[in-house]
Design a protein around this ligand. Structure first.
Ligand code: CP
Length: 308
């Protein structure tokens, strides 16, 4: 993917050169204390369409867009005409007629690629802000940016992703992006929540926590997504889960000395990680949230073709 593509729907077309340009732009944005970019989108109204719950991604996009001078409107599943069976396509068509041309969309099954293939799709810009279990490309971009800053390079590094891997859009996008940059990704979790086969040649499905993490340069913990239970099976998330699959202080201390702890959020303290580890000096969780704003500013600037 190069500059000024119409949409940002997946990481599949993000090559390392494009990633590095957005990473550098995100770092530049963070180093500026003023609001010197507030003129860039001052004539834009952007629609944030969030049909699934969100704190980080929704507010992060709003902060990013406001720092670029855009105004934002929010649409949710309950108070919009989506609740009256209007389709997402018709919602976008309606909002475009009001002059909106950038749409940030989170849903459980948005089929944004299908909309992008229509003639209408060429007249708007869409950003995938998390699509069911399929992908969360801006999360992967911010995670990769944080990792590159901590590691200095990607090649030969190992990331362990632990927990509800198979249903995780964060895991899918991170595997696709980081494996393509030469990172090895080890995954581990409850057998029912693991993929049955690898998604990439650089991805390994491990049999124990130790196998997944012993050589890791960072460990990303994932929340069990009870809301995505399709077979009505619920997981018992008492201390047993933390003991078997969670990150505890002894486990953190057994990792490589310079290994980092990550989590895309929201965290369930005491379930997939011991509560106090969220604020541990080796935790990058707050840094991930901060980078979310600057990386999303970088992505929006590129998409809208506005200079840094
Ligand atoms: N990481 C993430 O997507 O968090 P939210 O669901 O709060 O947006």
């Amino acid at each position: 993917m190069g500059s000024c593509s119409s949409h940002f729907l997946s990481v599949d077309h993000v090559d390392e050169a494009f990633f590095l340009s957005l990473h550098q732009r995100a770092l530049n944005v963070e180093s500026d204390s003023d609001f010197s970019r507030q003129h860039l989108l001052k004539h834009e109204i952007v629609a944030n369409i969030f049909l699934e719950a969100s704190t980080r991604t929704m507010i992060s996009f709003e902060c990013a867009l406001h720092r670029l001078g855009a105004q934002t409107v929010r649409i949710d599943a309950h108070t919009s005409s989506l609740s009256k069976n209007e389709s997402l396509y018709d919602t976008l068509l309606t909002l475009r007629a009001m002059g909106i041309r950038l749409f940030v969309i989170r849903s459980s099954n948005s089929r944004l690629e299908d909309i992008a293939r229509t003639e209408f799709g060429n007249t708007i810009h869409m950003i995938n802000a998390g699509d069911g279990s399929a992908g969360h490309p801006t999360q992967a971009m911010l995670d990769a940016s944080v990792l590159l800053q901590q590691w200095g390079h990607f090649s030969g590094k190992t990331l362990a992703i632990i927990g509800d891997v198979n249903r995780s859009r964060v895991a899918r996008s991170n595997v696709a992006l980081l494996c393509s940059f030469g990172v090895n990704v080890n995954v581990y979790g409850p057998p029912d929540l693991l993929p049955t086969q690898s998604w990439h040649t650089n991805m390994n499905v491990c049999r124990t926590f130790e196998e997944a993490t012993q050589d890791a340069d960072a460990v990303m913990m994932l929340r069990v997504q009870q809301e995505r239970n399709t077979n009505q099976k619920t997981f018992n998330l008492d201390g047993h889960y933390l003991d078997r699959y969670g990150m505890t202080l002894p486990r953190l201390e057994s990792l490589k000395k310079d290994a980092w702890l990550m989590h895309p959020g929201p965290t369930n303290r005491g379930v997939e990680l011991q509560s106090e580890l969220v604020e541990h000096p080796r935790s990058l969780i707050s840094k991930q949230v901060s980078r979310g704003v600057s990386m999303r500013m970088a992505i929006v600037m590129d998409l809208m073709g506005v200079a840094a």
